[in-house]
Design a protein around this ligand. Sequence first.
Ligand SMILES: Cc1cc2nc3c(=O)[nH]c(=O)nc-3n(C[C@H](O)[C@H](O)[C@H](O)COP(=O)(O)OP(=O)(O)OC[C@H]3O[C@@H](n4cnc5c(N)ncnc54)[C@H](O)[C@@H]3O)c2cc1C
Length: 388
Amino acid sequence: MNSMNPDDPAERDRLILAAVDRFLDKEVAPYAHKLEHDDIWPADIVAAMKAMGLFGCIIREEYGGLGLSASTYAKVIERIARVWMSVAGIINSHLIMSACVQRNGTEDQRRRWLPRFASGEVRGGLALTEPDAGTDLQGIRTTARRDGDGYLINGVKTWISNGIHGRAFAVLVKTDANAKPRHKGMSLFICEKQDGFTAARKLEKLGYKGIDSAELVFDNYRVAGADLVGGEEGRGLQHVLNGLELGRINVAARGVGVARASLEEATAYAQVRKTFGQPICEHQAIQIKLADMATRVEAARLLTEQAARAYDEGRRCDMEAGMAKLFASEAALANATEAMRIHGAYGYSKEFNIERYYRDAPLLCIGEGTNELQRLIIARQLVARNPV
Ligand SMILES: Cc1cc2nc3c(=O)[nH]c(=O)nc-3n(C[C@H](O)[C@H](O)[C@H](O)COP(=O)(O)OP(=O)(O)OC[C@H]3O[C@@H](n4cnc5c(N)ncnc54)[C@H](O)[C@@H]3O)c2cc1C
């Protein structure tokens, strides 16, 4: 222990990951099952994450964050999602908002917002989706109209993670509804809840319980011009796409976590459950499932690490993040399904974790851009990077 040097970044990362493991063992694992089944927002877990600085994971130290690389952040998220995926979601959209400000905000915006985001004093997320526009973000209808030195925002956002318990959101709007191309009329604002900005209702879901998904309503909500991210209209979609690279690495890491949890529980169960006089892990049909599950976990992790490394090196990584998100989310879904088959009836029981993984995994194929959209991104980049 004496040889530990917390000033060495690698050593520091190891200490942080060890602290995350202890937190998950003591403060999440014993409570996750009940909180998830009762769909209770985990106030104590959020308080502990605040104390650990996890809301500032990727925020630079000069702004009060931990300044973790995306590579270390992905390891944190894999660990959290292995225990309870919803907890990873509470940090994710908050940190996409933070990344949008850190990468694209003015210095004034960084100084005003990032320390409050890092401490968890102000938590929130990203408000893009609307009732009529998800994949086609350029089809949003929420508007921001100039009003003196600020703007008036009107519109509805839906499916917004942390919508009820969060206080500030990066909100994508149209500042010019007639712009051509459409993205040139899109801007991003940081909006803090006050008059004119309300969470209208909590949405009920198949899984991903505990974390709140909500509809947000803007009714002549006044935002200061100083909170237009980057200080320039027409760049909102670009800011969001930047932030979503980190979001997709998070979703990929969550996929690895859920795929790994499914594998670990299936591997253990297959050694204790007996049929025809032997543990089911002795049956070739089960061995094939376990082998495929284990291979998916390793491949998903390697793709996630590759995407995180590209992000850390400041390289364009939409293709890498897209591949990682696509593969790891499908791995989570496949492994949760196979774990259910291996567990037989017990996989279908609410007393075991497997049915939770089975309900949580499909979201990973939808959120942060559907897997159909990821394939389009990957193919477009593939062609762009390999011109003939
Ligand atoms: C639990 C949960 C949490 C969420 N959290 C947030 C959040 O915090 N913030 C936020 O802004 N949003 C959030 N979302 C919304 C999510 O990002 C959208 O659901 C997602 O982007 C897809 O949009 P959509 O549901 O409108 O589907 P649509 O865009 O209507 O797509 C429907 C289907 O058509 C396919 N499709 C669409 N266009 C194409 C195309 N060009 N080519 C091929 N296929 C296509 C899609 O892949 C999909 O299969 C959340 C959603 C859920 C379920």
